[in-house]
Design a protein around this ligand. Structure first.
Ligand SMILES: Cc1cc2nc3c(=O)[nH]c(=O)nc-3n(C[C@H](O)[C@H](O)[C@H](O)COP(=O)(O)OP(=O)(O)OC[C@H]3O[C@@H](n4cnc5c(N)ncnc54)[C@H](O)[C@@H]3O)c2cc1C
Ligand code: FES
Length: 276
């Protein structure tokens, strides 16, 4: 595979310092640092973050600013994310990217459906879309009230109504999965575009509902990633490499991978395993 100049430039590892660490929830922290190249990223793109002596992991970019700063919202799940959560302002990290494609900007009536840290790239997109005066509604889901991320920021951006929040334990909003109020909403209202990101079973349900109602959809997917530039093959879904052809996929592409979407993924050895 031939690499573009864009990929070659972005693929060079740059070291930088953590400028700010913000606790968003008991398991999620937002890390901000300076990186000129990633500061040019579009909503949906991701970067590879190197945690010295531990690992390099893919993370969606959750915000960029004109001063060259970039943010990522990270959930503590395993060795690398635990080590990152232990890091403080001033410590060194490495960055490659930005990689992958981005959400396409659409106008009209827009619905976003996010779960867990999947809300972060949608917040980035929402910030860019509202400047285009799109009509925006948001359905968000989390396990508990404390894990409902960026609710206030999203309420401020939604033009239609405040966000519809769901929690699995009923500690805030509706006690159900994010896809339940979605079904009611889609029976009532017509949307021009749905954007979604979050646990893949949720993404699958959102995709099925969008298909049923004939609404265009873009979903950001996650797979195991190593190189981030389409070379190693660890992020395969169907005929696609998520790092290069995605991570954002449109309805026509998702139809091709229906046998895997929300059902299975590849493990670190390339073996197909069921999604938890
Ligand atoms: C495009 C993309 C964007 C992502 N954006 C975010 C984000 O914004 N915030 C966030 O908290 N997480 C995000 N993730 C998931 C994040 O990369 C994993 O949670 C992280 O790599 C886990 O590493 P660990 O060592 O802490 O956990 P481990 O114990 O090593 O793994 C825990 C689980 O994380 C997943 N994982 C581990 N390593 C990788 C890897 N190299 N690539 C992909 N998944 C992996 C696996 O499903 C694994 O079962 C994203 C993943 C992808 C592919
Ligand atoms: S991560 Fe290597 S091909 Fe996608």
């Amino acid at each position: 595979m031939k690499l573009s100049a864009y990929h070659i430039a972005g693929n060079k590892l740059r070291t930088t310092h953590i400028l700010n660490v913000k606790t968003e929830s008991p398991t999620v922290k937002t890390f901000t640092f300076k990186d000129k190249q990633c500061a040019k990223a579009k909503p949906g793109q991701f970067l590879m973050l190197w945690i010295p002596r531990v690992d390099e992991i893919p993370l969606s970019i959750s915000d960029t600013r004109k001063d060259g700063t970039v943010s990522v919202a990270v959930k503590k799940v395993g060795e690398a994310t635990k080590a990152l959560h232990g890091m403080k302002t001033g410590e060194i990290i490495g960055v490659r990217g930005p990689f992958g494609n981005s959400f396409t900007k659409s106008e009209g009536k827009i619905l976003m459906v996010g779960g867990g840290t999947g809300i972060a790239p949608l917040l980035f997109l929402a910030k860019r879309l509202t400047s285009k005066a799109a009509k925006l509604s948001f359905v968000m889901g989390a396990k508990t009230r404390e894990e409902l991320l960026f609710k206030n920021e999203l309420d401020a951006l939604c033009t239609e109504q405040s966000t519809i929040a769901t929690t699995e334990d009923g500690s805030y909003g509706l006690k159900c999965l994010a896809t339940e109020p979605l079904e009611t909403l889609l029976n009532k209202e017509k949307f021009d575009m749905i954007y979604t990101c979050g646990p893949e079973q949720m993404v699958r349900k959102v995709f099925d509902l969008a298909e049923k109602h004939g609404i265009a959809l873009e979903a950001s997917l996650e797979r195991i990633m190593r190189c981030g530039i389409g070379l190693c093959g660890s992020c395969i879904i169907g005929r696609f490499r998520v790092c290069r052809d995605g991570p954002v996929f449109a309805s026509h592409q998702l139809r091709e991978v229906k046998g895997e979407l929300g059902i299975s993924k590849r493990d670190f050895n390339g073996k197909r395993i069921p999604l938890e």
